[in-house]
Write a protein that binds this ligand. Structure first.
Ligand SMILES: [Zn+2]
Length: 125
């Protein structure tokens, strides 16, 4: 589960809390003063953290995540999967399959020809 960072409105105490994605917007009680609400400091937990106020642990984690992302990028560049070079998407919005993309494109009032062409290829064994 992701770790979310909070800061108490009352005493400015900062703390991390592991929460399920579905509960990250729940108000948190401050462990220091018992008051709250403690506001979440950043929305997505898994991006490169910038700025002051992060302790060494967070810097290490963000560095490791950046390194891991670099490795994943390198791997994807060096090993393109045949026939799957382009992930199904409509205007950059990712979907599970090209048939879903065709449906989404239709919903958006777009020309679905190219999407349906890919969807047809997708269904071949
Ligand atoms: Zn507090």
């Amino acid at each position: 589960m992701p770790v979310y960072a909070f800061r108490c409105d009352a005493c400015e105490y900062e703390f991390d809390r592991i929460l399920p994605l579905s509960r990250y917007e729940d108000p948190q009680t401050c462990p220091e003063c018992g008051e709250g609400p403690a506001a979440r400091r950043f929305t997505p937990p898994n991006f490169i953290l910038k700025g002051d106020g992060w302790d060494g642990k967070n810097h290490t984690i963000s560095r490791e995540m950046a390194k891991k992302n670099e490795r994943l990028d390198a791997r994807q560049k060096s090993q393109p999967t045949p026939g799957m070079r382009l992930a199904p998407n409509v205007d950059g919005q990712r979907v599970d399959s090209w048939s879903d993309a065709a449906k989404l494109a239709k919903d958006k009032g777009k020309d679905t020809t190219a999407y349906e062409h890919r969807a047809a290829q997708e269904k071949k064994p």
